[in-house]
Unconditional design. Structure first.
Length: 129
């Protein structure tokens, strides 16, 4: 039951991120690009550059003044960045776009299931390693 809710939360977060990106003028190329070494949640394009977007979603309270949990983007740690670097390399190689400009972004989403509200923090151009 917990795993099902976790997967559903992640899917809802990714859907929200796609809508957010489209509203910001991004063209969505692919979702959930998977390889043995990892996955890229969203691959988008804007201004002739590719954006690899990692989506992190948590269920939390938006009204709480006390930070009793973590920020979703904190889960994009060194190990995750290492995996992303490998998968991005494979994607660029497969698509023959090694020379194209690219950015790695994080879309951190908090969904407050009690109020039904959510917040999105878009962090552009993070360092991979």
């Amino acid at each position: 039951m917990f795993l099902k809710k976790h997967i559903e939360l992640g899917k809802n977060g990714e859907d929200m991120a796609v809508n957010f990106l489209k509203n910001k003028g991004f063209l969505i190329r692919e979702r959930n690009f998977r390889k043995k070494c990892g996955e890229i949640d969203i691959i988008a394009e804007k201004d002739k550059a590719i954006h690899f977007v990692e989506v992190k979603t948590i269920n939390g309270s938006l009204s709480s003044n006390i930070k009793d949990s973590y920020e979703p983007e904190e889960k994009v740690d060194f190990q995750k960045r290492k995996k992303l670097a490998r998968v991005i390399g494979l994607y660029l190689y497969e698509k023959k776009e090694e020379e194209k400009d690219f950015f790695v972004d994080v879309c951190a989403i908090i969904i407050d299931t009690h109020s039904g509200k959510s917040s999105i923090k878009f962090i552009e151009d993070i360092d991979l390693l």
